[in-house]
Structures are given as structure tokens and as C-alpha cells.
Design a protein around this ligand. Sequence first.
Ligand SMILES: [Zn+2]
Ligand SMILES: [Zn+2]
Length: 258
Amino acid sequence: MIKERKFQVEMKTLEPFRIGGKPDPMGADNPVAVVGSNVVVPGSSLKGAYRNALERYLIDQYYDRGERKWLKGKASLQPCMAGTKLSKDEATLVEQGLYRGQACHYPCVRRRNRCGDEQHEVCPVCYLLGAQGLVGFVRVPFLMSEVSASELYSARMDRAMGTVAEGTNRPYELVPHESTFRGTLYVTLEDDVLGWKLGEPRPLQDRTGGDVWLEADGTWTADKIIDELIVKVLQSVTLLGGYKSKGFGRVEIKVTPA
Ligand SMILES: [Zn+2]
Ligand SMILES: [Zn+2]
């Protein structure tokens, strides 16, 4: 049986808002993501923003920028740089020790061009959100809105005039400010088939360094993980979607037990 805890995620847009969907062959340059007739925030967009916020939270809390190292006993909280190919800027963050250079994965493959003899740990971010080959404890939902895509189209120019860069006459599809999006986030507390419990290292049978951040510390209870790394960090996301430099994307997120 799987024991879960449910949370309502409610997001209010404080500025015009846009998350891209597929390009629309009929004309609009910047379509928003739509399911049925309603505008949504895809789970992958919210998950990306949450992942980023969680990386930053761990670095802010547990990395000493002055000393340029992780606080004593906290090195296993270092997040990985998800994605396979690093940009130059990302490589610098890895060199400085803020991030692990290799994206978390499971299992470790004993080939020279893969893991060799090393067994890589799984970082806290991937513990919660999943790594290549391994699911996590948190399922980030799509956030649905009452805003219909057709309303959006007719409203867009009026709503846009104040904020969209002047001199543009491209049609922007955007969600007006003070729109509300909602979804349900699930956190796995226990999976007794796999023998997983939130806050405990997982009994993974194949080659891996495993969930060392939990073994090393011992203070990360399920409640502390939920309060500190899930609710608080998800609520700290204040910008989402496209055109952030053009006055788009400020949001307010509230996470409450459902
Ligand atoms: Zn990771
Ligand atoms: Zn490995």
C-alpha cells in the first residue's frame, strides 16, 4: 500500500502570465499551455521552478560562500546539476562546489565512460523529485485555471498594453493578473511494497551511493522534509513562465493540506 499526503497548491498571478504551449499554426506567436479549453501550468513547468528553488534553498542554507565550502556534515545536501550537458556558467558553479557535476542516476553502471568503480549518491532534490532511473517522493501537479483560452485571446491586447514592451505589435497570448490556478500535490509517506519511507534512506538493491544525505544527518524527519523542503520552498517560488524581463510572471503560491 502507498500512504500519501495531499496538498492543495493554489497559485495566483500577480502580473500578466504566460507559459508556452505548442506554437499555434493559426497565428498567435506566443500561445499559452491549454488543456481542453482552459489555460494550465504544466506539471513540468512547476516542477522545474520548484527544483530550481530547492537547489537554491539548499545552497543558501548549507553552503558557506565565504569559506567556499559546505557546512560541516552538510556536504551530502549538495544538489546535482540536472541535465546532461553543462553550459560554461553551470560548469563554473560545479567548479565552485555549489553543485555536483553529474546528474543523479540509478543504478551506477560499472563502465569506464560511465561510473567506473564509483557509486554516486542521490542528492536531496532528486530524492524528492526523482532522478534518472528512480522516481521521487513528490508528484508535482498540473495547475488548472478557470481561464478559457478563447477569452484569453480577445482579452490579450487590452490587458497587455500596460506591461508588454512598447513598439511590439505581435499578438501576445497572456493570462491576466489575478487569475487563480489550482492543483493537488501528492507526497508519498510510505510505500510498503518498495519499503520506502519519506525521511529514510531507500533500500536500493543495485549499485548506488544511495540516500547518504539522510544517513549522515538523522534530523530529516518526514515532517521536517514536508515543512522545510516542500511547503516552504514551493511557496518561495515567485516567478514563473516566460517574459519575466517584460513584466510578466510574478505569482503567489500557497500550499495547504488538502
Ligand atoms: Zn540530484
Ligand atoms: Zn554513478
